[in-house]
Design a binder for this molecule. Sequence first.
Ligand code: GTP
Ligand code: MG
Length: 440
Amino acid sequence: MPRDEVARDTIAAIATPAGRGGIGVVRVSGSTVARIARALLGRLPGPRHAEVARFADAHGEPIDEGLALYFPAPASYTGEDVLELHGHGGPVIMGALLAACLDAGARLAEPGEFTRRAFLEGKLDLAQAEAVADLIDAASREAARSALRSLSGEFSAAIEALQRNLVELRALTEAQLDFPEEELDDVHRHDTAERLQAVRAALDQVLARSRQGSLLRSGVHAVLVGPPNVGKSSMLNRLAGEERAIVTPLPGTTRDALREPIHIDGVPLVLVDTAGLRASGDEIERLGMARTHQELGRADIVIVVHEAASPERLAQPLPPEAARIDVYNKIDLHPDFRAPAGALAVSAKTGQGLAELRRAMLRAAGWSATGESVFLARERHLRALASASAHLARAADQQASWELFAEELRLAHNALAAITGEFTSDDLLGEIFSRFCIGK
Ligand SMILES: Nc1nc2c(ncn2[C@@H]2O[C@H](COP(=O)(O)OP(=O)(O)OP(=O)(O)O)[C@@H](O)[C@H]2O)c(=O)[nH]1
Ligand SMILES: [Mg+2]
């Protein structure tokens, strides 16, 4: 059953990236797909069979030869009639094919409109639809794996399991509300408290797995700071595995902040090298230090680099919300140096201690290699889960009043329902799908 009954027009878009490629695909979806197929191909291809066809424009002028695929509703990506034309992947041919579809009555699809229709037709829930974009945007294999799990419904299933438990609990509670004059039954009260506890524990687990997974999307900012010449740029080059930053024996080499995306065990981080902090009369160096302060404001992790032999204290106050890792560099020069408790001794030159540093960075980012699969949650999901969790915590404090208890359960339930998109505003849908690419 379609989720909204508005008759939808037919949309078309080039589904493959712009530029030249072996093949390019134009995708068409909607109620007039059969007519468009006949206009371009002279016939309607058999359902779900790849057929070789000649594509022609409105004047019968050939455009290309390729494969045509027809997916009649409802067994298609969008749930509507869908036609895919696989031609040669050149911008002129793709443009002409798309124009021919538009001439035959389709209109240009908006970003994410195919997936939005799939959602409206009930083919995907909202979390799955978001996973489509996350899979396309995945910056690492780990992120792609998590997105694929969400797409196949693993995340939604976890949310639905929580909802089912909440529904049972609400049914129990509502029954109690219907007989307010009856004496409060201790057994019932105990049972309710226990079930609530179980739902809260399960929710906390989903939240923890989602918080972990959200790290795979966001890219944690790790900023290298310290006095000049301690080896910050050398460290960045080591961690990036490439000579990105200029390294010289002269203090004050780095002027501008340099950002370098890296992965540690599939977790994306943005590593930022900064200008060394010291009192300086040099105008450029002072501007560089101003940038360092800016970068510190954005840091999730601050890696404070010291030189093993002459550990200087950093006068700079650090942002309190960022995790801090202290490293003492150049231990190859000072093999007897012992780092203070909690700090790491490393050498950017030999690579000693860098495995520990990478592990410390992952830990500071909130990543724990539990081996349990994580959910590639979005900020929206985390907010909803946190809100559900807060309502359940309040419910736990409300057991003297069944009305308030029931109300908190209802609010927790609604928060969870927002994740899979049971009740969603057009505004939210617009915001989510507008960030998709065209043709998806
Ligand atoms: N022996 C040794 N030398 C190092 C090590 N790390 C960096 N150096 C040297 O220390 C000097 C300064 O290194 P940089 O990486 O430019 O230091 P920086 O902290 O970025 O310095 P500024 O950009 O000036 O703030 C260079 O000559 C490096 O080769 C190390 O682990 N061992
Ligand atoms: Mg430097």
